[in-house]
Design a protein around this ligand. Structure first.
Ligand SMILES: [Zn+2]
Ligand SMILES: [Zn+2]
Length: 262
């Protein structure tokens, strides 16, 4: 496993390797000047790169990393909060205005299709009904299921995070590599189950140890360390409180533009 010093995710040498670029790794409120959740996965085993979450700031985050939004073949959405799915209308409209032709698959919780239509109509009236040169398809994933989406085997686990739809913890098999992502969730045994033996767990660490409902704290990850068997853990979605203490964490911490290979 190697870490790259820049956010430019280049070609990887191994056909099974996955380059994970944290284009955005912040919380909802711009703590530390960070972009909202937008994690870019590229692998020679995939036809096109995919995103894990697409927060409202994602197009800026991707372009800052030199990553082309028009290349994205699929987006896996953990839950329907704006800092995790609010960038989808912009991604779709960018494709429309840039004359995209490649299909785009959006995989998210039950209710994703309706919430996406509502978000598009709220922000850009009539935009949800426009005929486009490219197909946008929505795949709704119930918790506890496994589905094949865009060449990835995606397994979903129930997160504990009210967001108007059943929030998901994701376990993605990209070729032989397994990447798990907590999204936002209070501690649940599903975090350990979703990331069992994974090559990488991307874990929310919102606060250090302050009790806060519906979110993971660093203290939760420390308390349940025995249940976390992923080979590598990278912390994300950090508040100002957590950012100030991140050097005390035993895990790696993300920053916008960090690119790693697993
Ligand atoms: Zn969030
Ligand atoms: Zn959330």
């Amino acid at each position: 496993m190697r870490e790259r010093s820049t956010c430019q995710a280049g070609q990887v040498s191994e056909t099974t390797a996955v380059t994970v670029t944290f284009a955005g790794c912040g919380d909802a409120f711009g703590s530390g000047g960070r972009f909202q959740a937008c994690i870019h996965l590229r692998s020679a085993s995939l036809d096109a790169p995919v995103l894990l979450d697409c927060g409202a700031t994602s197009l800026t985050a991707l372009r800052r990393c030199g990553l082309d939004p028009g290349e994205i073949g699929a987006v896996f959405v953990s839950h329907l909060h704006g800092d995790h799915f609010g960038g989808l209308p912009f991604l779709i409209l960018d494709g429309q205005f840039s004359r995209r032709t490649a299909p785009l698959v959006l995989a998210g919780p039950l209710g994703t299709g309706q919430r996406l239509t509502e978000a598009m109509e709220c922000m850009f009236p009539a935009s949800s009904q426009v005929r486009r040169r490219f197909e946008v398809s929505v795949v709704e994933l119930a918790p506890g299921r496994t589905a094949s989406v865009a060449g990835i085997t995606a397994s979903t686990y129930p997160a504990s995070h009210p967001s108007g739809a059943p929030a998901l913890i994701l376990r993605l098999a990209v070729g032989p590599k397994v990447i798990a992502y907590t999204g936002d969730t209070a501690w649940t045994a599903a975090v350990g189950q979703a990331s069992a033996g994974a090559d990488l767990l991307i874990a929310e660490a919102y606060y250090w140890d302050k009790p806060v409902p519906h979110h993971l704290r660093y203290a939760d990850l420390a308390d349940h360390a025995r249940e976390i068997t992923a080979r590598r853990v990278v912390l994300t979605h950090m508040s100002a409180d957590m950012l100030a203490r991140q050097r005390q964490a035993i895990h790696e911490t993300a920053r916008d533009g960090l690119a790693i290979t697993v």
